[in-house]
Design a protein around this ligand. Structure first.
Ligand code: SF4
Ligand code: SF4
Length: 337
């Protein structure tokens, strides 16, 4: 049975984009170099920012992300530094190419998870979205990481391109030996927004008909599954993570956001200046978090209103949940640590 994962005030999640460069050009990539910068953050600067971001009283969960973070030659030293300063967990979000022999340069105990993106159960689906040859390269990378004793999870971003394929993923995860599965929903931002890709988002009916069932099937196979809540009934309580949680999305040009949906705009709450984390004044995303509208998330209404439906009186038929609100099912045979 899926449980909604309540926002946590006593933990801080830091999504650290240490570069925006990537070897792939996925159709749905949300990275926006115009807004996020093109530089590779020097490892020494990244370490100083990490010291600013760690919270003394809260557990800090750190996610290294990009671009492709394994393209950063300093990633192994950053992982070790993050361990040393006391991060509670360290995840590396990767496309599975595992550059710079990263698997030889860190130990399995130093990384909680390599979280690998794969958007199809076969090359035909995945490579249409992520590029020719990426399926086989990614699967080979996963197998190498597992053989090396690393924990591997898999992220699948669902859109109209691959929703019909999602049902095949639990069997693939079982075959590969992966016991943690994140189902993500496509966001109309970054490349999806720039290319004006139409009709990629899922309707509530499509989401409800497919995602919870696939998640349930995966959980029955012993896989731990997490997926976004996305839709709320009108009587459900709405909460904005910008107000009730502690998330930081850090980019190499110094911008620090609290909401992923704000990332295409200069609305970041904070900014690194001279390696100090400072508030970004005067108007930023925090001013939007406090607006209360009957559609739920304000940013969703501004940038991807295609997922809303109204009745004949102009009232929304449901709310859109905060994009950071997740459902979670514990697999019955889960053996993750
Ligand atoms: S692997 Fe990630 S960063 Fe690279 S193009 Fe794909 S979505 Fe973007
Ligand atoms: S997605 Fe919406 S609800 Fe969530 S933090 Fe952003 S503005 Fe707030």
């Amino acid at each position: 049975m899926a449980m909604t994962v309540a926002f946590q005030k006593n933990a801080r999640n830091v999504f650290f984009h240490i570069l925006t460069r990537c070897n792939l050009r996925c159709r749905h990539c949300y990275v926006n170099p115009e807004q996020h910068g093109r530089e590779t953050l020097p490892a020494e600067t990244a370490k100083r920012w990490l010291e600013e971001l760690i919270h003394e009283e809260k557990e800090t969960n750190l996610i290294f992300i990009g671009g492709e973070p394994t393209l950063h030659p300093g990633l192994p030293s950053l992982i070790k530094a993050a361990r040393k300063i006391g991060c509670a967990s360290i995840t590396v979000d990767t496309n599975g190419f595992f550059f710079n022999r990263i698997l030889d340069k860190v130990a399995p105990e130093e990384v909680d998870y390599f979280s690998v993106g794969l958007d199809g159960s076969c090359p035909e689906i995945n490579d249409f979205i992520r590029g020719k040859g990426s399926y086989h390269k990614c699967v080979a990378g996963i197998q190498k990481a597992l053989a090396g004793g690393f924990n591997v999870s898999l992220i699948y971003t669902v859109s109209q391109w691959n929703i019909r394929d999602l049902k095949k993923m639990p069997a693939l995860l079982t075959t590969l030996g992966i016991n943690r599965f994140f189902i993500q929903v496509i966001g109309i931002r970054g490349r999806s927004a720039q290319d004006k890709e139409d009709g990629l988002q899922l309707t509530r009916k499509e989401w409800a008909a497919v995602v919870p069932r696939v998640a349930d099937r995966a959980a029955r196979l012993g896989i731990h599954v997490t997926y976004p809540k996305v839709f709320l009934d009108t009587q459900d309580r709405f909460e904005c993570a910008g107000l009730v949680a502690d998330n930081y999305f850090v980019f190499p040009n110094g911008r620090v956001y609290q909401c992923p949906l704000c990332e295409d705009f200069p609305l970041h709450s904070y900014v690194f200046k001279k390696n100090k984390l400072l508030p970004n004044l005067p108007i930023n995303e925090k001013n939007l978090f406090e607006l209360s509208i009957s559609e739920g998330c304000v940013m969703n209404k501004l940038i991807q209103p295609g997922n809303l439906i109204y009745d004949k009186h102009g009232k929304p038929k449901y709310k859109i949940a905060c994009c950071l609100l997740k459902e979670e099912i514990n697999g019955v045979n889960s053996n993750r640590r």
